[in-house]
Design a protein around this ligand. Structure first.
Ligand code: 5GP
Ligand code: MN
Length: 337
């Protein structure tokens, strides 16, 4: 497919994260070295926190450069879809892509991809789409085109999607791949600091506030809820990415294995959820929050008020743990008596 074409477009899910940007940018770097015109088109802006990634300035952002995005896609002869499993995950970009008569190639690690792709390279067990891009390049004999820019992009995706090499990286081959990437000699520590440990003062204060004032624990159910309203976010000059890792924090508490973070956006409540072990937040987000993702990291949207979203969370608790919920209802009946 690549050999037969010159102009290649690459896209990823909305609100791109380290893996979405890492995989698309890395692939673009390699394809350009192969002499192709490769352009990455994202549904919306990359977070400021990732603007250190090599190539990020050449992104064509649909919400910002609508006409350019149209031109790139209309001219493209092949489309790579990276790090998403459904056209719903690319927002209005889907309207542009659906009528295109070009081949669509998926490389992704989310569960149950749509069947609208001409070729699907889908491995939900992979750590990241970046890992899959590496494997594809290796099997195609293209690793010699992986320069240090491509390598550092892959590194960022493999690092961020595993929470800094904490989960989804049990496969020994993950580290063989890592070894090959690190041989490209980029500044690994600098990338770690920028991708994993850089927050603005506002962001740190917002996270401190969320943990100290807003985190609700439900020890009997092993659950945690943090809900931040628009007003609260504005108080801390919220900008995108500021609460990126907040949802993971409650899982540090022994006995808490399910965390939910609700963030009030302009037109909806953004849901973000994490778990430890067999508990599938992907199923929960699919069933209750119009979303999905991975077993231990998922998200979705809730259309309605924050109070209604919190109510929905309590409904999930009640459905999952009917016994404990009964108990609390009894308590409240007793109280009202
Ligand atoms: P985050 O909580 O970091 O926003 O997202 C974690 C994971 O959940 C993402 O990698 C993605 O797989 C999934 N996810 C987040 N938001 C949505 C959503 O709105 N819809 C679906 N289907 N998946 C989502
Ligand atoms: Mn990913």
């Amino acid at each position: 497919m690549i050999n037969g074409v010159q102009r290649i477009a690459i896209t990823c899910h909305k609100s791109p994260d380290g893996d979405a940007l890492g995989s698309t940018l890395a692939l673009a770097h390699v394809l350009r070295r192969l002499g192709k015109d490769a352009v990455v088109v994202t549904p919306d802006m990359a977070p400021k926190s990732l603007d250190f990634m090599p190539g990020v300035r050449e992104l064509v952002v649909y919400t910002k450069h609508e006409q350019r995005a149209r031109n790139v896609l209309n001219d493209a002869q092949l489309l790579f879809c990276l790090d998403f499993n459904s056209m719903k995950r690319i927002d209005r970009l889907a309207e542009l892509i659906e009528p295109l008569k070009i081949k669509r190639l998926l490389i992704d690690h989310h569960l149950e991809p749509d069947d609208c792709f001409d070729l699907s390279i889908s491995f939900p067990e992979a750590s990241s789409t970046c890992e899959l891009v590496f494997r594809v390049l290796m099997q195609m004999g293209l690793l010699r085109f992986m320069d240090r820019y491509a390598a550092s992009c892959l590194y960022v995706g493999m690092m961020t999607d595993t929470g800094g090499f904490a989960y989804s990286c049990d496969d020994p081959e993950f580290y063989e791949i890592m070894a090959s990437i690190i041989r490209r000699r980029f500044d690994r520590i600098d990338l770690y600091n920028k991708a994993m440990n850089t927050f603005s003062a506002d962001s740190l204060r917002l996270q401190g506030y969320a943990l100290s004032e807003k985190m609700q624990l439900f020890p009997e159910q092993g659950a945690s809820l943090i809900a931040l309203t628009k007003e609260e976010l504005e108080r801390f000059n919220y900008s995108r990415g500021d609460t990126e890792t907040l949802v993971n924090k409650p899982l540090a508490i022994p006995g808490i294995y399910w965390s939910v973070f609700l963030r009030e956006d302009a037109d909806k409540i953004k849901v973000s959820s994490r778990s430890q072990g067999d508990f599938s937040v992907s199923d929960i987000c699919f069933k209750y929050f119009n979303g999905g993702g991975h077993q231990n990291a998922a998200g979705g949207d809730f259309v309605g008020t924050m109070d209604e979203a919190v109510e929905r969370f309590h409904q999930v608790l009640a459905d999952l743990f009917p016994a404990t919920e009964q108990q609390s209802t009894e308590q409240s009946t007793q109280k009202s008596e």
